[in-house]
Ligand binder design. Structure first.
Ligand SMILES: [Zn+2]
Ligand SMILES: [Zn+2]
Length: 264
């Protein structure tokens, strides 16, 4: 990685990270779009949480906001690399045998911290005085889609971007753990905005299914605004009693739909 020591090197690294972030968005959202939203994949229609049609031009709008968000994520990424080069983060590079255990543990800790940060920031963004300036753009997608994954107002993108550098200042993480975190972040955002329940039936009673967020869970948030604030996990919603009362009912209904009914 070239040293960041002037505006040119900062711009070059930002452009490189921006390209990676945008390509990652188009691949992740694009693959899920092809798998679940084309006429060939219409067999998934029965599992669509909201059966109404999308507003005209919604995907284009979401893509525009997502590209702007990607630029903000890229600047935050470059700042993180700069902090790393200045020795201000806990990022370490040498791998030892203990990393077989430590990498998953550090990933778990980072995800827990991210979850906690996001839950409370998300709740604050729903405060009436804040909502219209920061979070309204994301909720313009009343029915979410894979393209909603990064569709944020720049202020919201900024709030989302600062947590990873903050975590890296405190928690020792190997680049591999950071990469895994970024992959999980993107995948979960696309899955949670899919509006099609892809988890298997009875998953709501499974030890893992009880705790991880999926499409039904987050679709209910996009619809009623007042419940299901979590990001990856349901625990804060359960602890703070903000989980949607209809979640289990809707999840049961959607996850039991046969996926072969329409297209054959
Ligand atoms: Zn959302
Ligand atoms: Zn929200």
């Amino acid at each position: 990685m070239p040293k960041i020591n002037d505006i040119t090197s900062f711009t070059v690294i930002t452009a490189a990270i921006f390209t990676i972030v945008v390509v990652r968005y188009f691949i992740a959202a694009g693959v899920f779009h092809l798998l679940f939203y084309t006429s060939k994949s219409s067999k998934w229609n029965s599992r669509k949480v909201n059966q109404q049609a999308y507003k005209k031009g919604q995907f284009q709008k979401e893509i525009k906001w997502s590209i702007v968000s990607s630029l903000i994520f890229a600047v935050a990424g470059t700042l993180t690399v700069w902090l790393w080069q200045q020795g201000k983060t806990q990022i370490y590079e040498e791998l030892g045998w203990l990393d077989i255990i430590y990498i998953p543990v550090s990933l778990g800790v980072a995800m827990f911290l991210h979850e906690t940060y996001y839950y409370w920031v998300h709740k604050a963004m729903h405060h009436p005085g804040v909502f219209r300036y920061v979070h309204k753009v994301h909720h313009e997608s009343l029915i979410s889609s894979p393209w909603t994954a990064f569709s944020f107002h720049p202020l919201e993108a900024l709030l989302e971007a600062v947590i990873l550098p903050l975590i890296l200042i405190v928690i020792p993480m190997h680049p591999l753990a950071i990469l895994l975190h970024l992959i999980v972040m993107t995948l979960s955002s696309v899955i949670n905005h899919l509006d099609i329940e892809i988890y298997p039936k009875n998953f709501e009673n499974h030890w893992l299914g009880k705790w991880i967020i999926g499409a039904t869970h987050h679709s209910l948030h996009h619809k009623d605004f007042k419940t299901n604030y979590g990001l990856y996990f349901t625990f804060w919603d359960k602890w703070m009693a903000t989980e949607n009362g209809n979640f289990n009912k809707v999840f049961k209904e959607k996850s039991r739909q046969k996926i072969f009914s329409a297209g054959g």
